[in-house]
Design a protein around this ligand. Structure first.
Ligand code: IPD
Ligand code: CA
Ligand code: CA
Length: 271
C-alpha cells in the first residue's frame, strides 16, 4: 500500500480502538456542548490526539486540521491532513451503532487520499486519487441506478443551524416522492462511503464541514460517482453542501433540489 495511506490506516484503526473501548463507559465520559446540539466527549479528543500523534511522527513537515484541536504543524505546508476523529458523536453517545473515523490528505488544496473506518463492523474504506476505492481491500463501485425511481438515498437532517430547515424539508419532499427510501444514519463520512460501495445510490446534506466530507468525497469520486455542491458546482468544501450519486442519478437529484435553493444555500449573501 502507498506509504501515506498505510500511516492513515494505522491512525484510523488506532482511533477506532479508542472509540470501541470507550463504548461501554459512555455514561462516565466528560461530555460538553460546542454549540447548539453539537456535543464533544473525551473520546473525540483522545481519538484525535492519537491520530495526530501518528501522522505528525511519520510526517513532521505536514500540517493537520482536526475537528477538535484545529490546525497544527507547519503553516503553509503543501500537505494537509483533515481529520474527523469520531464522525457521528451523537450516535456514539447514544449507543446507536453508526459512527466512523475519517482522515483525508490534501496536497496543494486537492484531496489525494482518504480513509473512512467503521470500527464496529471493522470496515475500512480507502481511496487514492487515480487508484480507485476499496472496502477491506476489495474494489468498490457506485451503483448503476438510473433516476430516482427505486433509489435508496442518504441524507443528513439539519440539527445545529436550523435556518435552512424549510428549504431542506422542501428538497426532502421532492426527493422522497420517487425514491425507494431515504436514510438518515448520522455519520456523513459513512454515508459517503456507502454511496461509494453501492449501499446507497445517492446522498445529499447541507451544513457539513471539510472534515466530515474530505475522505468520503474521494471515495465516491474514485468509485466512479459524481460529487457537487447543491448547484452542481465544485464548491462543496467551501459551502458545506454536497450532492453525490452515481453519474445517472446525480443530475436528476440536482434537478429536484434546484427549485428550493435560497441565496444562502447558493453560497451568496442575502442582501
Ligand atoms: C456529524 C455527522 C452527521 C452530520 C453532521 C455532522 P460529528 O459529525 O457527520 O451525520 O449530519 O452534520 O456534524 O459532529 O458527529 O462529527
Ligand atoms: Ca463529523
Ligand atoms: Ca466529529
Amino acid at each position: 500500500m502507498d506509504p501515506m495511506l498505510n500511516i492513515a490506516v494505522r491512525a484510523a484503526r488506532a482511533a477506532g480502538d479508542i472509540i470501541v473501548r470507550a463504548m461501554d463507559r459512555v455514561d462516565l465520559l466528560n461530555i460538553s456542548l460546542k454549540s447548539r446540539n453539537d456535543f464533544v466527549s473525551d473520546v473525540d479528543r483522545q481519538a484525535e490526539h492519537e491520530i495526530v500523534g501518528i501522522l505528525r511522527k511519520a510526517y513532521p513537515g505536514h500540517a493537520v486540521l482536526g475537528e477538535e484541536h484545529g490546525e497544527q504543524g507547519p503553516a503553509g505546508s503543501d500537505h494537509v491532513w483533515v481529520i474527523d476523529p469520531l464522525d457521528g458523536t451523537t450516535n456514539f453517545l447514544h449507543g446507536f451503532p453508526q459512527f466512523s473515523v475519517s482522515i483525508g490528505q490534501f496536497y496543494r488544496g486537492r484531496i489525494e487520499r482518504g480513509v473512512v473506518y467503521d470500527p464496529l463492523r471493522q470496515e475500512l474504506f480507502v481511496a487514492q486519487r487515480g487508484a480507485g476505492a476499496t472496502l477491506n481491500n476489495r474494489r468498490i463501485r457506485v451503483t448503476r441506478q438510473k433516476g430516482l425511481h427505486g433509489a435508496l438515498l442518504g441524507t443528513g437532517i439539519p440539527f445545529k443551524d436550523q435556518s435552512y430547515i424549510d428549504p431542506y424539508l422542501a428538497m426532502l419532499k421532492s426527493l422522497l416522492r420517487d425514491a425507494a427510501g431515504i436514510r438518515r444514519a448520522g455519520s456523513a463520512a459513512l454515508d459517503l462511503a456507502y454511496v461509494a460501495c453501492g449501499r446507497l445510490d445517492g446522498f445529499w446534506e447541507i451544513g457539513l464541514q471539510r472534515w466530515d466530507m474530505a475522505a468520503g468525497v474521494l471515495l465516491v469520486l474514485e468509485a466512479g460517482g459524481l460529487v457537487s455542491d447543491l448547484e452542481g458546482g465544485d464548491k462543496y468544501f467551501d459551502t458545506g453542501s454536497i450532492v453525490c450519486a452515481n453519474p445517472k442519478l446525480h443530475a436528476p437529484m440536482l434537478e429536484l433540489i434546484a427549485p428550493h435553493l435560497t441565496d444562502p444555500l447558493r453560497g451568496r449573501p442575502t442582501v
